[in-house]
Design a protein around this ligand. Structure first.
Ligand code: NAD
Length: 501
């Protein structure tokens, strides 16, 4: 294992936060450490120091000074730095994808094509947009006029989830930096590696020190950021309960909040669709990334007339999924992120059966030969049939490879049932009826939706959750709106109209 995944040569043996373009040994009174562990291999690669109060104070100081200068740069120059960083990520894709696969226990066959690439695309996209950031002109009476300016927010922070660490860092850092902000990013405690690597990459690309900082640690470190009065925005990716807690913490200093939270999304399959396509999408929407994807379509609504054929095919193809070592290119699914999360996902297998759903296949703890033999976090992908809308497996986010099959008769019925949830992250519809496709998507209350595909997330398309799934969002021009504030300027071209003598 050690030979297959190595920390970059320039890194310290015990990792530290990345502040002001350098590793920062923690100066907090009692330095705590956490392990960098791969659950699939049950191996610890190294440990890292948790950032405490003094470390966050120092990072905010450094970032504040750096941001003042950065905001004065020509936006096109800022963009050039981001585009250079994108090129470096492309060059280092193989090495960083292996680190990501180790850290997340997600298959290398995914991380090689999605994770680093997704951060790269965001840097490239916002690097290109930087020079276009501007305001509008609004005409007023008597030749007067007003204009608006999009200003940076200042020092901001990002807090990431563990499923897509590099993507999370890139999706937040790219628009933040393009808009002239500094960012303190805290990766999830389970997966700190690639956010740190992004620090080195940005430095090599010419980003001035202090603009992108990585604060390592768990929730307590996150709280130091969300409560800090010198930070003007929190961009959070994680669960709904943590998101609500962060909104409360951020309220004291009235920070701008951007929330990218959980989901329990509907994937709606009509009888007129191409069955193979629908099964492919259902597998991508449930098994990709070990099922640990926020937008997954885990409520699979299938029109009753095709349900049996659909289920047979889904079971047949799911039976061929290859579970294994995340670093083996043949592996299609690997271990869940850690034992606590594994236990949570497995508890839903019991709940589903206890509440009357039929476990058609999977949901078993299994062991995998070879380097993964010591892992206790492997499970087979689970398919439940005969599900009803009130079951826990249908209502609650599981965040693992558990699909619930629900049948429906009519369009009106499925739209009503799809919307019967507090979540509103994503939705997909499969049909060959063009009018129905658009009608259903218009009626579904979700922010990020697909017609005849699932889970695509290009940098140029907004990624956003409605209802309890979020506030604001990432990607597209939405990113520019979310990482700037508007100033309006009235320009008087006539005399001041004044009633006073
Ligand atoms: P989580 O809410 O437990 O933790 C997320 C992050 O918040 C971690 O970095 C954690 O250290 C930090 N944190 C925890 N408590 C905190 C506090 N009080 N103050 C500040 N920071 C705190 O979520 P998770 O288990 O890491 O990730 C899974 C969740 O993330 C799922 O609900 C999933 O749907 C969601 N998610 C959403 C998106 C999206 O784009 N909408 C993407 C990925 C994951």
């Amino acid at each position: 294992m050690a030979a297959r995944v190595k920390l970059p040569g320039s890194w310290p043996a015990r990792l530290q936060s990345w502040v002001g373009g350098a590793w920062r040994p923690s100066t907090s009174a009692s330095v705590q450490t956490l392990p960098v562990h791969c659950s699939a291999l049950n191996k610890t690669l190294c440990e890292y120091e948790v950032a405490g109060t003094e470390d966050v104070e120092e990072a905010v100081r450094v970032a504040t000074a750096a941001q003042r200068e950065w905001a004065r740069w020509a936006p096109a120059e800022r963009g050039r730095v981001l585009r250079r960083a994108a090129d470096i990520l492309t060059e280092r894709n193989d090495e960083l994808s292996a680190l990501e696969a180790f850290d997340t226990s997600r298959p290398l066959q995914e991380t090689l094509y999605v994770d680093i690439v997704s951060a790269r695309d965001a840097l490239e996209y916002y690097g290109g947009l930087a020079a276009t950031i501007g305001g509008e002109m609004i005409q007023q009476p008597n030749q007067s006029w007003a204009y608006t300016i999009r200003e940076p927010l200042g020092v901001t922070c990002g807090i990431g989830a563990w499923n897509y660490p590099m993507q999370s860092a890139g999706w937040k850092a790219a628009p933040a930096l393009a808009c002239g902000n500094a960012i303190l990013f805290k990766p999830a405690e389970d997966t700190p590696l690639t956010a740190l690597a992004l620090g080195e990459v940005l430095r090599e690309a010419g980003l001035p020190d202090g603009l992108y900082n990585v604060m390592l640690g768990a929730g307590e470190t996150g709280q130091l950021l969300t409560r800090h009065p010198g930070i003007s925005k929190v961009s959070f990716t994680g669960s709904v309960p943590t998101g609500k807690a962060i909104c409360r913490d951020a309220a004291d200093s009235l920070k701008k909040v951007q929330m990218e939270l959980g989901g329990k999304s509907p994937l709606i399959i009509f009888e007129d669709t191409d069955l193979d396509e629908a099964v492919s999408a259902t597998m991508l929407a449930n098994w990709y990334s070990n099922g640990e994807v926020c937008s997954n379509g885990t409520r699979v609504f299938v029109q009753a007339s095709i349900k049996d054929r659909f289920l047979d095919e889904l079971v047949r193809r799911t039976g061929k999924i290859k579970l294994g070592d995340p670093l083996d290119m043949e592996t299609q699914m690997s271990a869940l992120i850690n034992e606590k999360h594994f236990a949570k996902v497995m508890s839903y297998i019991e709940k589903g059966q206890a509440e009357g759903a039929r476990l058609v296949m999977g949901g078993e703890r299994v062991s995998v030969e070879g380097d993964c033999a010591a892992s206790a976090c492997f499970m087979t992908p689970a398919i439940f049939d005969n599900c009803t809308d009130d079951m826990s497996i249908v209502r609650e986010e599981i965040f693992g490879p558990v699909a619930s099959i629900l049948t429906f008769e009519t369009e009106e019925e499925v739209v009503r049932r799809a919307n019967d949830t507090d979540f509103g992250l994503s939705a997909g519809v499969f049909t060959n009826d063009i009018r129905r496709a658009h009608r259903v998507i218009r009626e579904v209350k979700a922010g990020t939706t697909w017609i005849n595909n699932y889970n695509l997330a290009p940098a140029e398309i907004p990624w956003i959750g409605h209802k309890s799934s979020g506030i604001g969002g990432s990607n597209g021009t939405l990113g520019i709106e979310d990482w700037t504030q508007i100033k309006s300027v009235y320009v008087e071209m006539d005399k001041v109209d004044c009633p006073y003598e």
